[in-house]
Ligand binder design. Structure first.
Ligand SMILES: [Fe+2]
Length: 449
């Protein structure tokens, strides 16, 4: 059990480069903001922005240095303050946990802490013993804590961008060249039938360098034949639902979805803005006339209501796998397009764009069945409640990562968004959200048995 993933043993420089790349990208994200926004909460249920700039280095210290290597931290007070984010059900619940009375430090102090943490983490990546797997060093099994720290930061960059998206445009400094892909063919309305077969979910611990606890273990699921949309649902298609009164039609919504819609007065996707008699897309840096061909980003409840309106439903997690990785021969692919490494020709991910691109605009990323954009351009909502796979075991480096969310209140989303790092693109990677969370870069397509 003291084995270590060979990649860790041989290539410390690759890990250092990844860490430094992560840190530079994070710094760039915080620098996009007007300093006046630093203590605001762009999403009521989340912590103020200052928390996240401290949380990223603090988490690496806690997961890798403390839990993994058994070393002391860098600053116990900062590490206590910045240890954990929140995911409460309502704003009221958020108050006691996020510390409405917390006195947050000045940004200079947060940045100074970050520099000390970075030095300590890079020093550990350069020379700490990684082959410590037993007893008190369980968190280092297969180098786990190293990857926990690295992937955690990459995942947060995406959730930070969701938050930045909510901030008023005046609080952001747009990079010099922001381009949008808007034109393309109108491709909606096609579906393909995928024959029954086996989908492999999860990963085998001995076959991957790293996976989060919820990705294990590997298991086969029989999937009956089903039909699925070739393209994600676009803004133009979703507009038909809005104009047909979809948001006012009780029978299209689950009880939970209807209650949310009523309480929050939801009448359109959170990424849409109404101005006069026209619809706009709430872009990261400006308002854009609603791009007809972009996938619509919606909550799971809105996606399910649209699917019901069409007489269809959302696909399950297993159906997603079958559509993305299955083939006619029964073999499964590493990625929808085959085994080639993920790059910008295969999909809109890895921070390639601030916004979506038209559906079907990356045909080299299509799956064996010709289904487009299963990885990239927005996560895909599924109808599967997030839960453990057979053999689930919490991770020693981050025991609360998944287990706290096996509450029946979260649904699996799969794939990747424009803000998902390429390191996270793998078949077993699972993401999850409450179905009424409307700010995630998540699209959907419909299916039917
Ligand atoms: Fe975190």
């Amino acid at each position: 059990m003291s084995s270590i993933a060979p990649a860790v043993a041989v290539d410390r420089q690759r890990l250092i480069d990844w860490y430094v790349r992560n840190r530079e990208r994070s710094r760039g994200l915080f620098d996009l903001l007007d300093p006046a926004a630093y203590y605001s909460r762009p999403i009521a249920l989340r912590n103020p922005i200052v928390f996240y700039e401290g949380h990223l280095p603090a988490f690496s210290v806690i997961a890798l240095l403390k839990r993994g290597l058994g070393l002391p931290g860098v600053d116990p007070q900062m590490e206590r303050l910045f240890e954990r984010g929140i995911d409460p059900e309502s704003v009221d619940e958020a108050v006691p946990r996020s510390g409405a009375g917390t006195i947050w430090p000045p940004r200079d102090d947060v940045l100074a802490y970050g520099r000390r943490a970075d030095e300590a983490v890079v020093a550990a990546l350069r020379s700490a013993p990684f082959d410590l797997a037993g007893g008190e060093h369980r968190a280092m099994r297969n180098g786990e804590a190293v990857f926990t720290a690295l992937e955690h930061e990459a995942m947060h960059q995406e959730t930070l961008l969701y938050m930045w998206h909510r901030l008023p445009h005046a609080q952001k400094r747009a990079p010099r060249s922001v381009r949008y892909e808007l034109s393309g063919a109108s491709l909606s309305g096609t579906a393909v039938t995928i024959p029954g077969g086996v989908a492999t979910l999860g990963a085998d611990r001995s076959a991957v360098p790293f996976g989060w606890d919820n990705e294990f273990g590997e298991h086969a699921v029989e999937v009956a034949a089903f039909e699925i949309d070739v393209y994600s649902v676009t803004n133009a298609e979703f507009l038909e639902f809005v104009e047909a009164g979809g948001y006012r039609t009780r029978e299209l919504w689950s009880d939970r979805g209807w209650a949310w819609r009523e309480t929050e007065h939801i009448t359109h996707p959170a990424f849409w803005v109404r101005d006069g008699d026209r619809w706009y897309w709430r872009g990261m840096f400006e308002k854009i006339a609603l791009p007809a061909l972009w996938p619509v980003y919606v909550s799971g409840e809105e996606a399910a209501a649209f699917a019901r309106w069409r007489g269809r439903r959302l696909p399950t997690e297993a159906e997603y796998h079958r559509a993305a990785f299955g083939t006619r021969s029964g073999e499964e692919r590493q990625f929808p397009w085959g085994d080639a490494a993920p790059d910008a020709t295969r999909g809109n991910f890895d921070f390639a764009s601030w916004e979506p691109v038209p559906v079907g605009a990356r045909p080299l990323g299509a799956s064996a069945w010709g289904v487009h954009d299963l990885v990239g351009n927005g996560w895909e909502w599924t109808s599967t409640v997030f839960g453990p796979f057979p053999g689930f075991e919490p991770m020693a480096s981050y025991p609360e990562y998944s287990a706290d969310f096996f509450d029946g209140q979260h649904y699996v989303i799969k794939g990747a968004s424009p803000a998902t790092a390429r390191e996270l693109v793998r078949p077993s990677f699972r993401n999850w959200f409450r179905p009424n969370y409307p700010y995630v870069y998540a699209k959907f397509r419909t299916a039917i048995s």
